[in-house]
Design a binder for this molecule. Sequence first.
Ligand code: ADP
Length: 599
Amino acid sequence: MSALLPVADGRTTWAAARRLLRPHRGRLALVAGLLLLAAAAGLAVPALLGVLVQTATTGGSLAVVGACVAGIVAAALAAAALGALGQTQMARVTESALAALREDVVDRVLHLPAGQVEAAGEGDVVARVSGDVETVGEAATGVLPAVTAALFSVVVALAGLGALDWRFAVGALAALPLQLWSLHRFRRRTPPVYAEARRAEGDRAQAVLQAVHGAPTVLALRDADAHLDAVAATSRTAIAAEMRGATLVGRFANGANLAEALGLGGVLVAGYLLVASDTAGVGAATAAALVFHRLFGPMGVLLFQADDLALAGAGLARLVGVAEGSPARPAPPGRGTGVPAITLRDAAFAYRPDLPVLDGVTLDVAPGERVALVGTSGAGKSTLARLVAGTLQPTAGRVDVGDVPAHAVHRTRPGRVVLVDQDVHTFTGPLAADLRLAAPDADDATLAAALDAVGATWWADLPGGLAEPLGPEGTTLRADQAQQLALARVLLADPPVVLLDEATADLPRSQQAALDTALDALLAGRTAVVVAHRLDQAVRCDRVVVLESGRVVEQGAPADLLAADGPFRTLWSAWRGAGGGDEGVTPPTSPRRSAAPLR
Ligand code: ADP
């Protein structure tokens, strides 16, 4: 099977981020202005404190002191308010950009070829649309605005230091080497420790779940102590791993603190030298030291949240990979270029290399023909239907729909093959919206006709009719009603090839006959493969194909197979013996041609 879904490279990710942010340029300029003002107002606090010190040391007037104090209070309030406003505005921008990306990703995932999703595994798809969206979302609304504000503060403060005297800025740079080294060491050492911690937590959860799920057995066998020991041992390992992580964080914090002390020392030494040489006043030296001290917070944010940003960046690349790397939204479904044939040539399939499920299946389904697949459970019927649907790819041989390999149909001719199985999903929302998934432009009369055609006349009794909300807020459909809804969607989508995998097996007996009539209408004029659980459904098809252990063992017109003493006749007798067709199914009796020989 092929690889996971694509991941965008750095350049594509940046380009996508820029494109997502482009509609918000105005607000981003506002954010930059607000954060710049906030940083400048923040800088005014130490600057005014410096003036205060200078005034006190040179015996200045009390009025200046009062003005400075008032200025400091005003600057602190303004810095806090502007910073908060800037960060909120930024969160609004990133939130709506992310909402656009999330819509894109979900839209693309819904239209991904089923084969690609199958190959990538549901886990990868779910991880992207939930886990990555969450990681990027948290970073976009929390970490990113905080880091941006911190970056503005650091840059503006360094510029302020330089404006006081460039030598203060040089003194402050004494912090940089140790900061970079600590960060480098932290980033190099943490991934294996965090991975180990996650593994250890997984083991602990597994041990707990095993003990809980198997509690009755564990207690019956008086094996509780052994299980408690296992939980305790895995817990100790998990705690040790957590502690190693916490130690690394502590060391990193120590390094960062030491770097700040070095930087502050550098600024103070520069101040001492400048004051001693009369190049700067005590007030300026005090202001410089306080400006640098104010940097501790923002620098901490930058150092400690860099990893969260890196993680969010990786998540963004995975989201952009799906949003940009997948084929475009398919054209609306429909007949396209006529009704195609289905051709299987020596097709084989195995879920595991050592266990072939289908072996050398050769089958031709003519355009418009309806073929029933029958056989005992596990014979490979559903697997064959999935090969034709293109959600699985043959491990050997060919499976074509028309002149295209089945697994490529979704990409090249979307909407031409529809598979309905027992696993029917009903979407929350109005009934009409659920139906319009298949035919977005259909009017209410068309939707109602489709429901009536598949026997779903119950829709007219719903309090809201077609507008009735489905799901917990409104009506919850029974399994058989959901299946009828799925069939109505097929009718509306109007695909030339329909695959039904025991799609009506859940229906109560009383409704089966009505639905069979509806199926006749639904499948007329389409190429259809019906995995038939009920053999009375098989005999309504043009041809019956009997599968046994992944091979075609018999095929022919239903009446012919019933007349012959072969596998289908055996299945039919067993089914009737088990109560199948109690309600008077009459097998077709007029053989049109003799049964095909066993393959
Ligand atoms: P049928 O529809 O005739 O009951 P299936 O095609 O569902 O048969 O299954 C054929 C064989 O393949 C069975 O042995 C089944 O256990 C196995 N099988 C089906 N699906 C999977 C899967 N996803 N992974 C592994 N084995 C599977």
